[in-house]
Write a protein that binds this ligand. Sequence first.
Ligand code: ARG
Ligand code: GLU
Length: 723
Amino acid sequence: MKKKLLVFGFLFSMLLPSLYADEGMWLPLLLKKKEADMQKNGMRITAEDIYSVNRSSLKDAVMLFGGGCTGEFVSREGLVLTNHHCGYSYIVSHSTVERDYLTNGFWAANKSEELPCKGLSVTLLVYMEDVTEKVLEGVNNDMAEKDRAALIEKNIENIKKKATENNHYQAIIKPFYYGNQYFMYVNEVFTDIRLVGAPPSNIGKFGGDTDNWMWPRHTGDFSVFRVYADKDGKPRDYSKDNVPYKPKKYLSINISGAKEGDFTFVFGYPGTTRQFLTSQAVDFVQNVEDPTRIKLRTECLNVYNEAMQKSPAQRLRYASTVASIANGWKKWQGELKGLKRMNAIDRKKAFERDFNKWANLTEENRERYGGLLADFDKYYSQSIEAKKSYIYMNEALLASDAMLYALRLLTLADISTDESVPEENVKENAENTYGYLMEYFSQDYENHKKVDRDIFVRTMTIFYNDFAKDRYVWLKKNIESGKYDNAEAYFADVYNSSLLSNPKKAEKLLKKYKRKKAEELMEDPMVEILGAVLSKFRKVDMVELNGINEKLDSLYRVYVEGIMKMDTVKEFYPDANLTLRVAYGNVKSYKPRDGVEYMPYTTIEGIMEKENPQIYDYVVEKRLKQLYNAKDYGVYANEKGELPVAFIASNHTTGGNSGSPVLDADGNLIGINFDRNWEGTMSDIMYDPDQCRNISLDIRYCLFIIDKFAGAKHLIDEMTIVK
Ligand code: ARG
Ligand code: GLU
């Protein structure tokens, strides 16, 4: 009797009914299971329309754009829409101070003006397959982790090989639910991608980092590309003989928009979520990881932002770096707030108590699941120091450019002293390193040196005071030698005397480099510091981390297996892992705090409200203002005559979903996903249906900019518009 009560007790606490679907990133292959619920929420198409292997379906219009964004086809000529911030570095790469596409925008008048983007690729999914059985063939629960991993690896290689024999496809197999399931993705990767159009920054990045992660939003966050292929439609690297790729499917665009409550879904490549983290892990994120990263990045941003005020050249130089540093920096602040507001740690603890009760219900459960949480405790507490070290390595040690070059010098020194490395390899490495470094020194170096030195000094000082003081005796000795007033003075001296800030010194040592100069290299003060910290990092921290992570992974595998056994009613979805997913929900307002309710869409009125010629992020283009004053919105106005700019919905998204198509009940494109709201950024760890919203660019604003603002009507003509 007692046992029964317990069972009901924890099941009840987990089966909280939800009015909207909201949480979840579903596998397209298994979407049939969600079809009824999606249709109940308003969808008028079928799961087969979204993902099919037998005929063309919406999935053929969706791509992984570059390494971490999503894009979608909107014409039979291979035209692609994605976010401005996804195309950003490619727009930057075609920009100079004289021909500044980033600031002023770029529009190819015809195909011959489209600009090839070096290094950019897009990945199309041909089909996916559940390969769990094949991957786990021969695996059993009594195997040692190492043997298990080796067998899985071997199986994976075989399966991939078979799938890519006699075709030009690439196959990837990824674990789901920490290795409880495996799916294979067979892809086509295109590498001739050209820039077709981008709005000026003060449209594409309107609101900048000030508005980033926030609602209400007014950013015209889109850019336009085109995929090229050979004459047979097969991927081929850039060639002037390539032709526009003809996709199996491209999206129709609905310009009648969506209203509060309307069904929408997002189809794209979410990167990482961690819904199953245990309480100790969430505690680490909340109390160590996020705060440490925020603190270090605040320093970097202060330095870069000040430099960017100084000249247009410096603004351009640091724009991309700052955008990416600031993005994480702000997200973590929202995440911290959200985790605290949700009492995430306590909730996880409560769940773990339930889990432990269940795990001890039967002998069989106890054997497999009974000790899990104690083991998590043990390994997590052992990993804290090494994890901190990892964070500082990324956010402090390698924050400055000079240290990145120091890393190269360290490698050169290493191979120079390694007798097994042939002379010509050393020579080649030295020549390359010398070349890179000289190029670095040739780019407005006097200005950059001050900036980069500040980055180095400030981040290293925090590293020292908050972490390294008692960990690296030699460092403390140096700093407290009596020669320096404080750590800052020491690090400044290190920077100034290093060859990494002295072109002449560097030239002298590297131009006619000889193996025996390795010692001199290693004596360079920056190389020396990096070498010492890195060596401990590699020999101690990484070894420890790898061992513990391997342990944790296998614990999570069993833990998640248990969680799914414990609750057979709940439908689980696997954590995001940069594979194609469907999230669905409804256009929906929310209440961010007491007394405030946010409407679900914004209009061009808000752009004019925010306008401030004094503030870079809020400068409004003259031409946009003219169109606004003339109310010249054409077919892109809504039924009230307003020009919509962005909208929010309850779709569960994360980084990587940027650029994802946001579709309506009929599978037509109504928006481009580009962000989440600040109050909802903890959804990577814990989703809150009340607070979590994805932010999308309204497709009508996108088309309005292309058509009315840029006059690129020829692009609109390629598209299929429905109303
Ligand atoms: N927050 C969005 C995302 O995570 C947009 C980032 C780019 N925009 C920016 N202002 N930095 O990627
Ligand atoms: N801007 C993000 C991206 O680049 C999407 C926002 C999010 O994290 O949900 O993918």
